[in-house]
Design a protein around this ligand. Structure first.
Ligand SMILES: Cc1cc2nc3c(=O)[nH]c(=O)nc-3n(C[C@H](O)[C@H](O)[C@H](O)COP(=O)(O)OP(=O)(O)OC[C@H]3O[C@@H](n4cnc5c(N)ncnc54)[C@H](O)[C@@H]3O)c2cc1C
Length: 480
């Protein structure tokens, strides 16, 4: 039997916000004093424990959430280790009657959460999980045949026809926290880089936390939404919302985003539809991850298991460092390293280059992104890589090979994006900025560029690599 003085635990995970947080709402509705906890669970995450840039974000996001909890008279307890041990132990120590959390969909998290639920329930403690991260959970949506969607367009149509999200809700008014003192100091988790401190560009670019997430959404609605459909493909300008890390860490919910967009001045426009379809790509990625949990590690189409990856470590290193000799690729990789984020168009270009020009497995690119992106997300990262590689569900056809020069010329026509991230090319004229090796000597000299010294010669010849890729794909085309 439980009595009303027994506390309830609200276990924060990738839902680092107070508003529109269904688990927090359910916990508050129990009218019990609340204990708020976040667990850094690297052990269960295994190979998918958070990378460096995500850890930087997490530090600041936790700081922000802890401040919001403190304002309401509580303390965000921080503990590091296996949540399977920590959550039941905290519940027992504090005599908690219930534990509430929002669901996660990473395979390792699902397995862990099931165990925790069983342990808690076995001990007579209520364990309640709810949906705080998605518009539609994977088991709520299926094709007419009752199968998981593997193609995006019908998935998106189905969301619009029958799964539009309910109105978001605010911060519960009756939040009452219990007095707890235990827990780690955030700084002891060493989530921030020190030797060296490589996070200067991240600090200059991002402000993690719930308030900043809403600020970014508001600014996007005011300045970006009306022109999203065309501006979203231009990496030199701020044409997208920049909400991916805020969404990943749950500082804002997709339904808050959905409703803010829908209720805005341009809410019924094609631009709004196009924007919400990107939010739906996030949903689709989670849908794939849930139904095909091997998706982040294995080719969705097994015929790609036979592909011959012949790229070298030196080529991989040149790619990571933005030293491939292809300016749009190098600009993207340097933007990633400096700011922890890369424009979507350029993500596609650099990914295609790694897989189809350098013949390096998409898993290596996925791992690099995992470590360097502030928005690193198991579902969206895997879906993005498998889409580009051609090995995924609803993927780009294998013969779609991005040409890094024409992509640069089309989407960065003035070369401003390249000039910003590859400053050694800044003085090249527009006509040569995406293919410096085509410039004559005088042009290069005027721009102060000696190829092979200030900036590399292309490490592969794209036309040759393209032919080789098509031949390699031809070989596996009919494999099972
Ligand atoms: C190789 C590759 C890897 C990627 N890895 C990630 C990743 O780890 N994490 C991640 O969040 N996104 C990933 N993406 C998708 C996409 O590039 C980013 O979501 C987007 O660039 C984030 O910028 P934004 O918030 O300004 O996007 P906006 O254009 O403003 O889009 C709004 C939101 O929609 C979602 N979204 C947009 N495009 C996609 C997409 N293609 N797939 C899934 N969701 C999308 C994001 O949550 C984004 O914040 C990857 C794409 C590729 C090609």
């Amino acid at each position: 039997m439980s009595d009303a003085t027994q506390p309830a635990i609200i276990w924060f995970r990738n839902d680092l916000r107070l508003s529109d947080n269904p688990a927090l709402r359910a916990a508050a509705a129990s009218e019990r004093p609340l204990i708020a906890i976040y667990v850094l669970d690297d052990d269960n995450a295994g190979d998918w424990k958070m990378g460096g840039a995500s850890r930087w974000w997490l530090h600041h996001s936790l700081e922000s959430l802890a401040a919001s909890v403190k304002e309401r008279g509580g303390k965000l307890v921080l503990q590091r280790g296996k949540a399977n041990d920590i959550i039941p132990a905290l519940a027992t120590e504090t005599g908690a009657a219930a534990v509430y959390w929002n669901r996660a969909y990473e395979p390792w998290a699902i397995a862990r959460d099931k165990k925790i639920k069983a342990t808690l329930t076995g001990a007579g403690i209520e364990a309640r999980s709810v949906n705080g991260a998605l518009i539609v959970e994977p088991w709520e949506i299926s094709t007419k045949q009752g199968k998981p969607y593997k193609v995006f367009t019908p998935f998106w149509k189905s969301i619009k026809a029958g799964h539009t999200p309910a109105d978001p809700v605010g911060v519960p008014e009756n939040l009452r926290f219990s007095n707890v003192t235990a827990g780690d100091a955030l700084k002891d988790w060493a989530l921030l880089p020190t030797k060296p401190d490589w996070a200067g560009g991240l600090r200059a670019t991002w402000t993690p936390g719930e308030a900043a997430a809403h600020g970014r959404l508001g600014a996007f609605i005011q300045n970006g939404l009306a022109d999203y459909d065309t501006a979203r493909d231009k990496p030199a300008i701020t044409g997208t919302s920049g909400l991916s890390a805020h969404l990943h860490f749950g500082e804002i919910s997709p339904r808050q985003v959905w409703h803010a967009i829908k209720h805005s001045e341009h809410g019924e426009s094609e631009d709004a539809d196009s924007y919400l379809s990107e939010i739906a790509w996030r949903e689709f990625s989670y849908n794939l991850l849930y139904h095909f949990p091997e998706f982040p590690e294995d080719n969705f189409q097994p015929r790609f298991d036979h592909f011959e990856w012949t790229g070298t470590n030196a080529e991989f290193e040149a790619w990571t460092k933005g030293q491939t000799g292809y300016p749009i690729v190098d600009a993207g990789m340097r933007q990633l390293y400096q700011t922890g984020w890369m424009h979507n168009r350029v993500r596609m270009i650099v990914a295609s280059f790694l897989v189809k020009d350098l013949f390096i497995h998409w898993r290596r690119g996925e791992d690099w992104f995992w470590d360097t992106l502030v928005d690193a997300d198991l579902a969206s990262n895997a879906a993005g890589w498998q889409w580009v590689a051609g090995s995924g569900a609803d993927a780009a056809p294998y013969f779609r090979i991005f040409n890094p020069v024409s992509q640069g010329e089309k989407f960065d026509p003035d070369g401003d994006y390249v000039r910003k991230y590859v400053p050694e090319l800044a003085n090249l004229p527009k006509r040569a900025i995406h293919a410096p090796w085509t410039a004559d000597r005088a042009t290069l000299a005027r721009a102060g560029v000696t190829l092979g010294k200030d900036y590399p010669q292309p490490i592969v010849e794209h036309a040759e690599a393209r032919k080789k890729a098509l031949a390699a794909f031809e070989k596996i085309k009919d494999a099972a």
